[in-house]
Design a protein around this ligand. Structure first.
Ligand code: GNR
Ligand code: NI
Length: 170
């Protein structure tokens, strides 16, 4: 088990598109469990491999209060979506910033679990938002891409400054 470093916007690696997993081998299982541990430590509800600088289509999610209902999603895909809903979003790659994003209200998605079994889920509410947010990461997209260029520019400046200061301390 290991805690992984999470990339912060505007790191260009967050813009890379992740490749599908071909074989769910020991390396993928280690990656997924390290991602889960990292997500728990940072207090997130989801994490995409892109955020830990691995360009593979692997996502972990846990929406439970007790942090004991992990979902490991390999090659997740949205099959269909309906409706529109706004929700306040945050992202571990955009620390300390929250804003409203409009997304599909309900989605059906499929994925492989760590045993390689195909699963299909109909989701609404937080799970629907989270899976859309995580698949966006795998495609190099961030929730702040849905905001105005001005807001994004301000955030870029703030986070660049913050991460530069952090680098001096470390
Ligand atoms: O922890 C997270 N919370 C969250 C809240 C609303 C919408 C999406 C999310 S995902 C985020 C963790 C993260 O950055 N996942 O990529
Ligand atoms: Ni995120």
């Amino acid at each position: 088990m290991a805690i992984l470093d999470i990339l912060h916007f505007p790191d260009p690696n967050l813009r890379k598109k992740a490749r599908p997993v071909e074989t769910i081998d020991a390396r993928i299982k280690t990656l997924a469990s390290d991602m889960l541990e990292t997500m728990y430590k940072e207090g997130g509800i989801g994490l995409a491999a892109t955020q830990v600088n691995v360009q593979k289509r692997v996502v972990v999610i846990d929406l439970s209060e007790l942090r004991n209902e992990p979902m490991y999603l390999i090659n997740p895909e949205i099959i269909s979506s309906e409706g529109v809903e706004q929700m306040q979003e945050g992202c571990l790659s955009v620390p300390d910033y929250y804003d409203l994003v409009e997304r599909a209200e309900k989605v059906s998605f499929r994925y492989l679990n760590l045993a390689g079994e195909a699963k299909e889920v109909n989701a609404d509410g937080l799970l629907a938002v989270c899976i859309q947010h995580e698949i966006d990461h795998l495609d190099g997209k961030l929730f702040i891409d849905y905001l105005s260029p001005l807001k994004r520019q301000r955030l870029r400046k703030k986070l660049e400054k913050q991460d530069k200061l952090q680098a001096q301390i470390l």
